[in-house]
Design a protein. Structure first.
Length: 122
């Protein structure tokens, strides 16, 4: 499905998914207010530069979990020890909706990771 806005994306989700995506959007706005949100590959995505592969963070929601996507698989491999209750896919970490501890850890890692990418692009 093709979405034109994050609101369209959120409207398509169930309660858990919409809460997770809205919460992540609020986090990204708070931490990275100058980074514009885009819909790319049918999910909300924040790019660190002018091209997707300059670096990105994205979110998608599924029935039993939500996923945070990154362009850097090396960054993801460093997260596995910190997030033992999460599963990992290609360029993403899957978080169960009720795993607040994992999300707190992940947000701290995103601040350092994405902040570094933004400084590199400046």
């Amino acid at each position: 499905m093709k979405f034109q806005s994050i609101d369209e994306y959120i409207t398509s989700l169930d309660e858990n998914g919409s809460k997770a995506v809205r919460g992540f959007q609020d986090f990204m706005i708070s931490e990275f207010p100058k980074v514009a949100l885009r819909i790319c590959f049918a999910m909300p995505m924040w790019w660190a530069g002018t091209k997707m592969y300059d670096g990105y963070v994205a979110i998608s929601a599924e029935k039993k979990h939500f996923s945070i996507h990154f362009h850097d698989e090396g960054f993801l491999s460093n997260l596995s020890d910190m997030l033992p209750n999460c599963t990992f896919g290609k360029r993403c970490v899957n978080i169960k909706y009720d795993d607040e501890k994992a999300m707190m850890i992940l947000k701290q890692q995103i601040i350092g990771y994405f902040g570094c990418l933004l400084r590199t692009e400046s």
